[in-house]
Design a protein around this ligand. Structure first.
Ligand SMILES: Nc1ncnc2c1ncn2[C@@H]1O[C@H](COP(=O)(O)OP(=O)(O)OP(=O)(O)O)[C@@H](O)[C@H]1O
Length: 475
């Protein structure tokens, strides 16, 4: 099998180096360029076999910037997927990149595993061969875990439905695995070799949503300097996953309904009728019947999307799956950190089963990452689970128990106690705890992504890794 070739364009040598190394480790062929000029020259000279299947580019570079490069690339290789990387995560550069036809946006600093996973996903979406060997995130990723009765029923339904080209509506609370179900429906279907394209309706600004879905022609609106393929076209022959469908603005619902009924549409500002063969899987955590009753969702669109409904049970209703899921997540975390997986003691499992999991599987996954990072021994007890759950509630509640002056007050109280106890290392201990709270909270916030957590705290990734190492061996 031929290997996908990835080009990286960035004036920062160290970014090029680490990204190229990670992508090569994941089995891709990689070429690096320090600017738009050299990349375009290489493109002009390359024969077909040497052309890239995917390109990563920085935005700010000396000479022509990444957005100009994007524009030039689109005339030479209109279908080349481009990932735009930028430290400037403002709306303008993101929107500019998407309008320019970027497929994905990666904000710097990024997690290398995430970048590799993004490359794999993007290549898969355009039907490119995967890397020659599995990447670091290529393990059980994307597989649904569970053996409780409702999950077994779900697997059977996926098996049956995958073969039929029917529209499916996946419902369930946040974090129950709706996207994983959509991916499974695609993977098991005759469309598996064609793209799976996902769009989170709630994550795209309303004014960009129409062109994201249906594409636009050059000149369709201010800033649309070139033609852009929409997700419907990208998903041709495959599956389009429309997440958070309940948030779609009403005018767009009308347009979507027409496209689903007719199977054809015009790009924004276009005259050419585009025909596509796309299976739509939609998902929502909302009560769409209620939204219909409130006049916020079209009843006819609901009927069209809801040919078959898959209702995902909340995790609290299938506590029998908790252990298997937790073990899977702990193993995943251990692999990522290059350590041995931590074992769950029976009280830890009990404690987890008793929790009501408002954030469902995603919450359990985050909890396991925290436990993998912070629990000291090689097995996890009930108290540690309890403590980790307690901390989460505190943060998720949004109203900290202590105010800004409150935490210094609490600190004073703590210091006095230590002084009275004659503790000889108060400062070191306080610093350790301070760092721990900051790091733990940030990691929780970023779902365990260290690079992002470091960036959000304003510390270097190395500082974060150093601080995460246990200071004193225990036990
Ligand atoms: N049955 C499962 N087996 C393994 N992992 C799961 C399962 N269900 C969910 N997950 C994991 O939980 C996280 C949330 O899943 P997913 O994004 O599919 O949920 P969702 O219902 O689409 O959430 P939202 O409504 O918030 O978009 C993901 O990291 C996913 O891999």
């Amino acid at each position: 099998m031929s290997t996908a070739r990835i080009w990286i364009v960035d004036d920062d040598r160290s970014v090029r180096f680490v990204l190229a190394t990670a992508l090569r480790d994941a089995g891709y062929e990689v070429e690096q360029f320090e600017g738009s000029d050299s990349a375009l020259r290489a493109l002009a000279e390359a024969d077909a076999a040497a052309l890239p299947s995917l390109l990563f580019t920085d935005v700010r570079m000396p000479g022509d910037d990444g957005l100009v490069l994007l524009e030039r690339l689109k005339s030479r290789m209109p279908d080349l997927p481009v990932v735009v990387m930028s430290a400037y995560t403002d709306v303008a550069s993101t929107a500019g990149a998407f309008r320019g036809g970027a497929r994905e946006f990666l904000s710097k600093p990024f997690d290398l595993d995430e970048a590799v996973a993004l490359a794999a996903r993007t290549l898969a979406a355009v039907g490119e061969p995967a890397a020659a060997q599995a990447g670091p995130t290529g393990d059980a990723d994307g597989l649904l875990v569970g053996s409780s009765a409702p999950m077994r029923e779900l697997f059977r339904a996926i098996g049956r439905l995958a073969q039929a080209p029917l529209s499916v509506l996946v419902t369930g609370e946040t974090g129950t695995g709706k996207e994983l179900v959509a991916r499974a429906l695609h993977r098991e279907s005759p469309r598996a070799r064609k793209p799976f394209v996902a769009l989170n309706t709630a994550a795209i600004p309303a004014e960009l949503l129409e062109s994201e879905l249906f594409g636009h022609e050059a000149g369709a609106f201010t800033g649309a300097t070139r033609r852009h393929q929409g997700r419907f076209e990208q998903a041709d022959g495959g599956t389009l996953f429309l997440d958070e469908i309940g948030d779609m603005p009403l005018p767009l619902q009308t347009r979507l309904l027409r496209v689903l009924a007719e199977g054809e549409f015009f790009r924004v500002g276009g005259r050419e009728l585009i025909r596509v063969d796309v299976r739509v899987v939609a998902a929502t955590h909302q009560d769409l019947e209620q939204r219909v009753a409130d006049g916020r969702f079209r009843a006819d669109l609901l009927h069209r999307l809801d040919v078959v409904r898959l209702q995902l049970p909340p995790l609290r209703e299938r506590s029998g799956d908790v252990r298997e899921l937790a073990e899977r997540f702990l193993a995943g975390a251990a692999k990522r950190f290059g350590t041995a997986p931590k074992r769950l003691r029976p009280e830890a499992v009990e404690r987890m089963r008793a929790h009501n999991w408002p954030g469902n599987v995603r919450e359990l996954e985050n909890l396991c990452w925290r436990l993998a990072v912070f629990s000291a021994g090689d097995s996890i007890g009930g108290d540690e689970v309890q403590a980790a759950l307690g901390r989460r509630r505190h943060v998720a509640g949004g109203t900290p128990a202590t105010t800004d002056s409150g935490w210094t007050g609490a600190l004073q109280h703590w210091v006095r106690n230590r002084l009275e106890a004659g503790d000889p290392s108060i400062h070191a201990e306080a610093l350790e705890q301070f760092d721990r709270v900051l790091l733990e909270t940030a990691l929780e916030h970023t779902g365990g992504r260290r690079a992002e957590a470091a960036a959000r705290l304003g510390v270097g990734r190395n500082t974060l890794s150093r601080k995460l190492k246990p200071k004193r061996p225990r036990g």
